[in-house]
Design a protein around this ligand. Structure first.
Ligand code: PMP
Length: 425
């Protein structure tokens, strides 16, 4: 693509969609995205209904970790569909999927599948409440745990995220700044005997792609043990992406429960709650309810098996890290050449880009010092130049991103940075 994209067909569809679909989208996060309709995805590329191609760094908000339409996953799911999709009973594939997940994670003993990360989080919180007989939980500024009433927040966590939300549900949680073990210790000293769980993204990819500071997770683990609190890692983004065993493997600290999704199934909608048998077995006795008509469907199980087989047989982690590192450096370099303070930080497979000082940010509050608004405009503009990326700054890299994508991306970003709109941003 040499000129900027024209979205004539997308515009017609957008207008049509808005008549029958509120906002023209089926998930509110998409309201902020450029109104583009896609025809197909293959590998690291997207093709829209006007014939424009994009290098994709959104990956459907993360699930397409292997790239779009990975053949082995498509074949496994297609074969599963042909066997009938859901039985209201077990299939052998579920057992295989659970065994694969447990084996890959290393620390967990049992697993339950659900459809979405949101549901897996709710199952984890319920289980923690049941196990401890306590009702509250600790959550952290800037962390995302789904769209339901007890976890959806705005302004980093200080306010409800939606009209119609029962804000009273947020009083069941205590909000604490992340990456600050003393702040957590203080909160637990004040409220510990009412706290069932501490839930966090162990690497805060949703907000600034921030890693835990040295020793933080170990101290969190210790504090949870001292207070008899269930530690939940929400690894819906980081799971299977930053390492086969997720944050527990990368940082050497195991939670009691953890939620997974996205990278686990090559794009198929499925999530998991994994954990220690002592906790998880309470679902099995029926004491704690976790249900869902479509949980563990044959397609979901087949997609998990096919994806985890690929991740084990041909681990893409090094390749993805190299691509991400080269892309991060290339973006910073382009920013310098254009006199624009383009900065990047975080793990190369899911890093954060913004405008602002190159100093690393380590929590939600310091992130607010960056020029997130101007960057968001720039990210939206990148779509016109053939780079599909989230406005909130995350760049996801997949196993399908290669040299050509890197070259194309940097060339397209270079042209976008020459756009007069960037100067006036
Ligand atoms: N937890 C985290 C850390 C997430 O990033 C997300 C979604 N991005 C969720 C939970 C919710 O997952 P889902 O959108 O599948 O409900």
């Amino acid at each position: 693509m040499t000129s900027t994209a024209s979205w004539a067909n997308s515009a017609v569809l957008t207008e049509r969609a808005r008549v029958t679909i509120p906002g023209g989208v089926n998930s509110n996060i998409r309201l902020a995205a450029p109104p583009v309709f896609f025809e197909r995805g293959r590998g690291a590329r997207l093709l829209d209904v006007d014939g424009n191609d994009y290098v994709d760094y959104l990956l459907g908000q993360g699930p397409n970790f292997l790239g779009h339409a990975t053949e082995a996953v498509t074949e496994a799911v297609t074969a599963a569909v042909g066997r009938g999709m859901v039985y209201g009973a077990q299939s052998p594939l579920e057992v295989e999927a659970a065994e694969r997940i447990v084996a890959a994670l290393g620390w967990a003993e049992m697993v339950r599948l659900s459809m979405t990360g949101t549901e897996a989080v709710q199952a984890a919180l319920r289980l923690a409440r049941a196990a401890t007989g306590r009702h509250r939980f600790v959550r952290f500024e800037g962390h995302y745990h789904g769209w339901l009433d007890n976890v959806l927040v705005a302004a980093g966590g200080g306010a409800p995220g939606s009209l119609g939300q029962l804000a009273s549900h947020l009083t069941d949680s205590v909000l604490v700044p992340w990456n600050d073990a003393d702040a957590l210790a203080d909160a637990l000293n004040a409220h510990g005997d009412t706290i069932a769980a501490v839930i966090m993204e162990p690497v805060m990819i949703n907000t600034g792609s921030m890693e835990p500071v040295d020793g933080y997770l170990a101290r969190v683990r210790q504090l949870c043990d001292e207070h008899g609190i269930v530690l939940i890692f929400d690894e819906v983004i980081s799971g299977f992406r930053i390492a086969p065993g997720g944050a527990a493997q990368r940082y050497g600290v195991a939670p009691d429960l953890a939620t997974y999704g996205k990278a686990m199934a090559g794009g198929w909608p499925v999530a998991a709650l994994a954990g220690r048998a002592e906790l998880m077995s309470r679902f099995g006795t029926g004491e704690v309810n976790h249900s869902g008509t479509f949980n563990g469907s044959v397609m979901a199980a087949a997609a998990v098996i096919a994806t985890l087989d690929i991740l084990a047989a041909d681990p893409p982690y090094e390749r993805i890290s190299e691509h991400g590192a080269a892309l991060k450096a290339g973006l910073v370099d382009l920013g310098e050449r254009h006199g624009v303070p383009l900065r990047t930080q975080g793990l190369p497979m899911a890093f954060h880009a913004s405008f602002g000082s190159p100093e690393p940010v380590t929590d939600y509050r310091s992130l607010q010092r960056l020029d997130l608004a101007s960057y968001s405009e720039f990210a939206a503009m990148l779509a016109r130049y053939g780079v599909w990326v989230a406005r909130r700054g995350i760049w996801y890299v997949s196993a399908a991103h290669g040299e050509r994508e890197l070259t194309d991306t940097l060339e397209r970003v270079d042209r976008a940075l020459s756009d007069p709109a960037v100067r006036s941003a």
